[in-house]
Structures are given as C-alpha cells and as structure tokens.
Design a protein around this ligand. Structure first.
Ligand code: FES
Length: 89
C-alpha cells in the first residue's frame, strides 16, 4: 500500500495502513498543523505527512526524529476481510 485509508471512528479521524508487518491505525490528523496522515506517502513502515513532511513510524505512531511526538494508536483486529478498530484504552 502506498497510502493509507482514512476513516472516522467514534468521531475521530483515523489513518489505517497495511504493511508487511500487519495493519496499523493511528490518529489521522498530524499534530504539526492538522495534515491528513492517511494521504501521506508510505515507504516501508514510515508515513510522510503530505503537508510539511513530518515522518511517523506507522507501527508506533511516533515521529521519526522526535519520538516524544506520537500519534495516538488504535487497537486493530483483522477477522477475515474485516478490519476492526477500537480505542487503545
Ligand atoms: S501538518 Fe503534518 S507536517 Fe505539517
């Protein structure tokens, strides 16, 4: 997958990505200035925000250079063709 998909879950924008390591879901709004994370280009496990280029590890949600900046993660369950997303707690 070159890009993620964006969904609204319980009123929150969520970016969902499928990688070789599995399916991951993180906050779909970039904390820098509100860019759409799901529309960012994906290489391996890194998504680049399309607005100003901040990069996040899809698996952890954390910024590549400043790991104190992290996108909220969501629990993902894959059952058959379905992908289920829930708040991580
Ligand atoms: S809004 Fe994402 S890098 Fe600026």
């Amino acid at each position: 997958m070159d890009k993620g998909r964006e969904f609204v879950v319980d009123g929150q924008v969520v970016a969902v990505f499928r990688t070789e390591d599995g399916v991951f879901a993180v906050d779909g709004i970039c904390p820098h200035a509100g860019g759409p994370i799901a529309q960012g280009m994906v290489r391996k496990d890194v998504v680049t925000c399309p607005w100003h280029g901040w990069q996040y590890d899809i698996r952890t949600g954390c910024h590549q250079i400043n790991p104190r900046i992290c996108l909220k993660q969501f629990n993902v369950t894959v059952e058959g063709d379905g992908v289920y997303i829930a708040n991580s707690g």
